[in-house]
Design a protein around this ligand. Structure first.
Ligand code: ZN
Ligand code: ZN
Length: 440
């Protein structure tokens, strides 16, 4: 039985709603003020909270905000109730993270309809656990770092920022929401049209080039779509906070809470977790703020996605050179950190890795959080990776430069006598694991 916390200072209203909900299979816990209600919410982690806006000891806006700030309560649905039709109250309710807003007096059917989404979510989560079979298909929708770079000079490799689609049987996983996610959303809607669709979006970090496409992701505006956003808390903002802020009215005309699909957020605390049929391991990347790399173990092979990361040893060598410093201990420490990355990517079928700079560019971009391509190739060869995709292409790297970078990487691999394949990720390119991997 699902639990609901009902917070309302009006005893009669509480009794009426409680009776109606109990008759529909809900276990209802009642509170007459905000503080008592919040205690119940924290203790019972209910499926839903229904809260009057004007409650003593913590009004509805505040209760909703506190629930949204608690990572443990990410999947709790919050419905706020007002006594008037002020548009401002309604807008503020959604801005604080409410999933629904109803005006009193509330018809029981209206409340039940607003809560019905909770049941759908549970059903879809149950169904999704059994839905996987088939190969792993990967498609690049955005390969560029930092900022979109459309134009003739980037037409071959693509100008959209980071976004990759991974299909594991029926499961749809999206890696990051850079500007490439816009075209992916259109394609998903063409494929699924009006059928229910569950999408898991795995976010490495909330730098703008990894989330900027989300407001243009059409499936998020479709009520038949569930979008589950999974990632780690950022340095300043929570995962939800960062996506919410870029859709504030100063930046975008539609707010995150006005998206019609059911968008849920899961802020991770563990470094290993499962996305249904896919086992995921995470590693902290060497990148400003909090940024992760992910290793997805699928039934047909392992894919590592580490788009923003600065290799440690070269960083330390160049740093000591500039500082005129000699510190063998710091260099040893940096090498040990690189070894951890090697262990993380060891024997992966595919690594999609940060190779933003070449050796001539790197010294002037020291500490910007990105790897020199030569180092990425060396580390991947040492780890026994089968196929390395250069990724997070610099905005200044036009197609001719990218072609030259692939040639250099291939030379290094050949000189080392390594069997590793190396390509540059190209927008629109697709590969299937246990199938012929393409060379770009
Ligand atoms: Zn980036
Ligand atoms: Zn970044």
């Amino acid at each position: 039985m699902k639990t609901l916390v009902l917070i309302d200072n009006d005893a009669l209203s509480r009794a009426l709603l409680s009776q109606c909900l109990a008759g529909q299979g809900w276990k209802v816990l009642e509170a007459e003020n905000g503080a008592a209600g919040l205690d119940l919410v924290v203790k019972h982690q209910p499926t839903a909270v229904v809260c009057d806006l004007r409650t003593p000891k913590g009004n509805g806006f505040k209760i909703c905000r506190l629930i949204r700030e608690d990572a443990q309560l990410n999947s709790t649905r919050v419905v706020l109730m007002g006594v008037s039709r002020f548009a401002n109250d309604r807008d503020t309710a959604f801005a604080t993270g409410a999933d629904g807003y109803l005006v009193k007096p509330i018809a029981p059917g209206e409340l039940l309809a607003s809560l019905e989404q909770c049941r759908d979510d549970v059903r879809s989560a149950e169904n999704s656990k059994t839905a996987f079979a088939g190969p792993t298909r990967v498609r690049f929708w955005g390969v560029r770092g930092s900022i979109p770079t459309p134009g003739l000079q980037t037409a071959q490799f693509g100008g959209n920022t980071s976004c990759i689609e991974v299909r594991v049987g029926d499961q749809v996983i999206v890696l990051d929401a850079g500007s490439g996610i816009r075209a992916l959303g259109q394609e998903l809607m063409r494929e699924f049209h009006n059928k229910p669709l569950d999408i898991t979006m795995l976010v490495t970090h909330t730098h703008w080039d990894h989330i900027q496409g989300f407001p243009f992701f059409i499936p998020a505006y479709n009520p038949k779509v569930n979008v589950r956003i999974v990632g780690y808390e950022g340095a300043v903002h929570g995962l939800r906070g960062a996506l919410f802020e870029q859709m504030q009215s100063a930046f975008f005309p539609v707010g995150l809470n006005q998206m019609a699909s059911h968008v849920t957020f899961e802020e991770l605390s563990e470094m290993e977790f499962e996305l249904d049929a896919v086992k995921v391991r995470a590693i902290f990347a060497n990148h400003p703020g909090i940024c992760l790399g992910y290793r997805l173990s699928t039934p047909s092979g392992d894919i590592v996605y580490m788009p923003d990361h600065e290799a440690y040893e070269r960083h330390e060598i160049e740093r000591q050179k500039i500082a005129g410093e000699t510190s063998p201990a710091s260099l040893d420490y940096a090498r040990a950190q690189d070894e951890k990355v090697i262990e993380f990517i060891r024997a992966a079928d595919v690594v999609i890795g940060d190779t933003q700079y070449d050796t001539t560019e790197y010294p002037s971009r020291l500490g910007w959080g990105h790897t020199c391509a030569d180092d990425a190739v060396d580390l991947a060869m040492r780890a026994g990776v089968k196929h390395l995709f250069l990724f997070h292409h610099d905005p200044d790297h036009h197609d001719d430069k990218m072609t030259a970078m692939i040639a250099r990487a291939e030379e290094k691999v050949a000189a080392a006598g390594s069997p590793m394949m190396v390509s540059a990720a190209r927008e629109g390119a697709e590969f299937v694991l246990e199938w012929a991997l393409p060379r770009a």
